[in-house]
Write a protein that binds this ligand. Structure first.
Ligand SMILES: *Cc1c(COP(=O)(O)O)cnc(C)c1O
Length: 402
């Protein structure tokens, strides 16, 4: 465990990244992955794929290295990748962005999010975030000295209550952060919710920051970005990344699209975070974004098949299951098996069934732990044979209710 100095400690404590003793708390993801390693359990905890991405994409990276694309790329990203991002936005969403001024390549979606929040928030600003949420949001908001205002997504549908959402957005709100399709719940927001976000942002003059890293892993219906809603484009920063779509989570090539003034503001922060990254991976992600429609269609169908295989195992085990509309993830309720504490259940699960999941409480503010206490997130981004094996193991849980 590592002691953390002064200002970082304050920010991290604000985000509850530190234990009461001021130590860096090991994340539940690290703990559960270590548990999977020790016990040989199938790791459905952390969300990384166990098979390779498209051959064309991998080959393009090898070629770029061989061709000597190994030095700093331009600060905004290679012109070719920015062009590919613009083409992709136009092809799938009918949105047009100027590659010269309205697109920024980042070190993953994570840097796009952090740089946006650090650039655009003033200390004391509020950011409305749907809870549960991806763990980096709270940390970046705390580092910016801003305040996270959670709007709860409730089991089993995980859509926000429109009145709660409307009440959370005020003139103090600087940004509404929307992750759709949503990790960890697998939900996709309804058209009504998305329109309400835009209406509220307009009424209170707030920005909208979207995290769309699962845009091509939507299988209930096609993903529909908030920036495409009339009135949204001028106040929205849309963020995505190649990691989930092309199964290259270790490459960390992300991007954002936004009006030019916002991109410039974010660039001023981004250039002192990483400056640039991933030279040879930028042409490779450009190649990926230009793959034919069939690739993206098959990706969504494959994700649906995997998600359904996991769902069958969870059903057979006796869990109540929230059916995802997209993403790698499915949430199940361990209370159906007699466990009201998901963290305890997840620690026992490798012994009970040889499978690892993560408690949803890892994605919520401390105040709301209890509401998510019995819920578990399982990841279905594994090979289908592995998922069927996991499903079979989970099915053995049937009848072991305590
Ligand atoms: C994986 C993930 C990210 C991180 O994306 P990178 O491109 O690896 O930085 C961001 N948001 C959500 C919701 C994710 O699941």
């Amino acid at each position: 465990m590592t002691q953390v100095p002064g200002s970082w400690r304050r920010a991290a404590a604000g985000a509850r990244l530190l234990g009461a003793d001021g130590e860096v708390a090991p994340t539940i993801f690290a703990e559960m992955s270590a548990l999977a390693g020790r016990t040989g359990a199938i790791n459905l905890g952390q969300g990384f794929p166990d098979d390779e991405g498209p051959a064309e994409v991998l080959e393009a990276a090898r070629r770029a290295i061989a061709d000597g694309q190994n030095q700093y790329p331009p600060g905004r990203g290679t012109p070719d990748l920015r062009a590919a991002i613009a083409e992709h936005q136009e092809r799938f969403y009918g949105l047009s962005w100027d590659p010269g001024s309205e697109i920024l390549v980042t070190a993953g979606a994570t840097e796009a999010l952090t740089a946006s929040l650090l650039a655009l928030l003033e200390p004391g600003d509020e950011v409305v975030v749907f809870e549960p949420f991806y763990d980096s949001y709270a940390a970046a908001i705390a580092l910016a000295g801003a305040r996270l205002v959670p709007v709860r997504l409730r089991w089993p549908g995980f859509q926000p209550d429109p009145e709660e959402l409307a009440a959370a957005v005020t003139d103090r709100t600087r940004a509404i952060l929307v992750n759709d399709p949503h990790n960890p719940t697998g939900t996709m927001f309804t058209a009504e919710v998305r329109s309400l976000v835009v209406e509220l942002a307009e009424r209170h003059d707030a920005l909208i920051i979207t995290d769309e890293v699962y845009e091509h892993l939507a299988f209930a219906r096609a993903h529909s970005p908030i920036a495409a809603i009339p009135g949204a484009r001028d106040r929205t920063i849309s963020i995505s990344s190649g990691g989930k779509t092309f199964r290259t989570t270790g490459w960390k090539i992300g991007w954002l699209t936004a009006p030019a003034e916002l991109v410039t503001a974010i660039l001023t922060v981004k250039q002192y975070l990483t400056y640039v990254n991933g030279s040879p991976f930028q042409p490779a992600i450009a190649a990926g974004l230009r793959l034919p429609d069939a690739f993206f269609d098959e990706l969504a169908l494959d994700m649906r098949a995997k998600s359904e295989a996991l769902g069958r195992g969870l059903d057979a085990a006796g869990f109540a299951v929230s059916r995802p509309a997209g993403t790698y993830f499915t949430v199940a309720d361990a209370a159906s098996l007699g466990y009201d504490d998901a963290a305890e259940f997840c620690r026992a699960l490798p012994g009970l069934a040889g499978v690892v999941g993560v408690p949803l409480s890892a994605f919520v503010t401390a105040e709301h732990h209890d509401e998510y206490r019995s819920l578990v997130r399982f990841a279905a981004c594994k090979r289908i044979g592995m998922l069927e094996e996991a499903a079979g193991r989970l099915a053995q849980l049937a009848g072991v209710t305590r």
